[in-house]
Design a protein around this ligand. Structure first.
Ligand code: TEU
Length: 559
């Protein structure tokens, strides 16, 4: 058999840092770059290969940095350009690469371009954004914003509306304008020339707009992303970006593929088309979600989504992740946050993320098994998405209590509570009495310092697994086969490479059980386990699993 083409970004494990919540060095309650620098040894010891840094650019923070005022300046609260350069150098010296967030579907309304653009109809920057006249005193179309209300905002200076898919402080950039595109490519080169190893591209499929701005139908309105992510020039723009910038550097790119169809996704990441390397799709992490509502989901459904990721050819490579800054904590959603099984289930999710086929993306705190926070009032949320949608949701007849209950399952703020470093005040995140977002009180039980001292901790399990994965081409590139797609409790699959086959058997339930799989026949030996079974030769025919237990077996292929 032949394995997919080798690339460093298929083998590396990425760790996402949300700088606001990682580590505060100044005592102002906000994370910063010096804070990250102080934790480079921690990241090195953990064993991750690439850091993805969420936006660190100058921003008025309408959406925590996803609204950029100056693309070539560091956010003052986070530090200086010198701090950034030091971080990059320290990471590289530790053998870790750095990728940064490219947020170019929109900028901040405080960006110099927008300040100019709104001044007059003939301002040279007018066309950097999307301006249209209203229709009969109303917005140009019925397009909604993800953060509540219309996607059009009226500006009286020129008596026109500008488009914003997200908050009104995040006006959409006009990619039809060639000068704007050149500016973006120049910004990318600025950071690449400093030595960053690539970009995570925020809502990248949204950059090409349907130029007719036609009203959406009633059926289309609840999911505007499908319309927004199907613009006619997306592939053309990405190919241009590749030719102008990316082709000149050895980098990785991962596009946030919000709203795309399978065809767009496949084209966007087809190795032969020179667009992007990787994409995040949200089917897995958002299983059961409908906007802010979290419905029930089943394990066979989850497995079918992983199967779909594997139904591609050798020209595509998936990403694997169960956490990020826009989603609740994976232990609370996919695992079990009951303290009895919390650690076991966090370790199980580690195995799942690091043995599926695709580039794994971990998110800060995942390596500790951090959980959702129990929000008890709306004042505790920071998220612009909740604040923007609040009135609309309540007007639709949902009670405040019901909304709060649902957000406790679905809110983005769960993942944004500060990193839990120690058992001291504010979890060792900040010296300040108050952090920008509440610290989860379970920091007394879940924190780095404690887990470093305990051999059996989630953190040490991640370290072990990350070491285990390194250099194992057959595990990384091997073929994927789901052994029992219909099993309601066990997720079992094999990864078959050139010389070895791995069998991964995960009990995603709180029941002890036995999974029938003939280990003898396949000469499997136990290579790694969450539980206490001795590693090495397998004595049993079937696999006995404690609640939330997971086993990784290996066998030599018959050549
Ligand atoms: O997210 C876009 C996205 O996919 C959604 O998570 C979105 O935030 C929302 O849930 C839709 O209802 C990206 C960033 O990751 C996010 O943090 C930003 O807020 C957003 O774009 C705007 O830049």
């Amino acid at each position: 058999m032949s394995l997919p083409k080798k690339k460093w970004w298929k083998e590396d494990v990425v760790y996402q840092i949300y700088p606001r919540s990682f580590k505060d060095s100044k005592g102002d309650g906000l994370g910063d770059i010096q804070g990250i620098i102080s934790k480079v040894p921690y990241l090195k010891e953990l064993g991750v290969d690439v850091i993805w840094l969420s936006p660190h650019f100058d921003s008025p923070n309408a959406d925590n940095g996803y609204d950029i005022r100056d693309y070539e300046k560091v956010m003052e609260e986070f530090g200086t350009m010198e701090d950034f350069d030091t971080l990059l150098k320290d990471l590289n010296n530790s053998g870790i690469k750095l990728i940064i967030d490219l947020v170019v579907n929109h900028s901040s309304d405080e960006h110099r371009w927008f300040q100019e653009s709104k001044k007059s109809l003939d301002n040279p920057y007018r066309d950097y954004y999307i301006w249209r006249s209203g229709k009969e005193g109303k917005a140009p179309s019925n397009w909604p914003s993800f953060f509540g209300g219309s996607a059009w905002e009226y500006d009286k200076t020129t008596d026109q509306y500008y488009l914003h898919y997200f908050a009104k402080k995040q006006p959409d950039l006009n990619w039809e304008n060639e000068d704007l595109r050149k500016e973006v490519y120049q910004i990318m080169k600025f950071w690449l020339d400093k030595g960053v190893s690539g970009f995570r591209m925020d809502v990248i499929p949204l950059i090409s707009k349907h130029q007719d701005f036609k009203d959406m139908s009633v059926a289309e309105l609840p999911h505007p992303e499908t319309i927004y992510a199907s613009g006619p020039r997306l592939h053309e723009f990405l190919q241009e970006m590749h030719a102008e910038v990316l082709s000149k550097y050895d980098v990785m790119t991962v596009g946030e593929a919000f709203g795309v169809t399978e065809t767009i996704m496949n084209n966007m990441t087809d190795e032969r088309r020179d667009e992007l390397d990787l994409a995040f799709i949200f089917d897995i992490v958002r299983i059961g979600r409908d906007n802010w509502v979290q419905n029930e989901w089943s394990l066979p459904e989850l497995k079918s989504l992983f199967q779909e990721q594997n139904n591609t050819d050798q020209f595509h490579w998936p990403t694997v992740f169960v956490n990020n800054h826009d989603n609740p904590r994976s232990v609370s959603k996919f695992g079990c946050d009951d303290p009895k099984y919390r650690d076991m289930s966090a370790k199980l999710l580690a195995i799942l993320t690091l043995t599926q086929k695709g580039t794994p993306f971990l998110y800060q705190g995942e390596e500790l098994g951090m959980t959702n926070y129990n929000f008890t009032s709306f004042d505790e949320f920071d998220d612009v998405e909740i604040r923007g949608n609040y009135d609309q949701v309540l007007e639709s007849g949902v009670t405040k209590e019901a909304y709060l209950q649902e957000l406790n399952k679905s809110s983005r703020d769960h993942s944004r509570t500060p990193m839990q470093w120690s058992n001291t005040k504010q979890a060792g995140f900040t010296e300040a009495d108050k952090s920008w977002l509440v610290v989860n009180p379970n920091y007394t039980e879940i924190n780095v310092e404690d887990q470093q001292s305990k051999e059996q901790s989630v953190l040490n399990f991640y370290k072990k697994l990350l070491q285990f994965r390194k250099g194992k081409d057959d595990l990384i590139y091997g073929d994927y086969k789901d052994l029992d797609p219909e099993h309601a409790k066990v997720f079992a699959y094999t990864r078959t490479g050139v010389k070895e086959t791995y069998a991964i058997i995960l009990n995603m339930s709180s029941d002890a059980l036995e999974f029938s799989f003939d280990l003898h026949e396949h000469h499997f030996t136990l290579a790694l386990t969450i539980g206490e079974e001795p590693l090495g030769t397998v004595a049993h025919k079937n696999v006995k699993l404690q609640p939330w237990d997971g086993h990784v077996y290996v066998s030599k292929n018959k050549l």
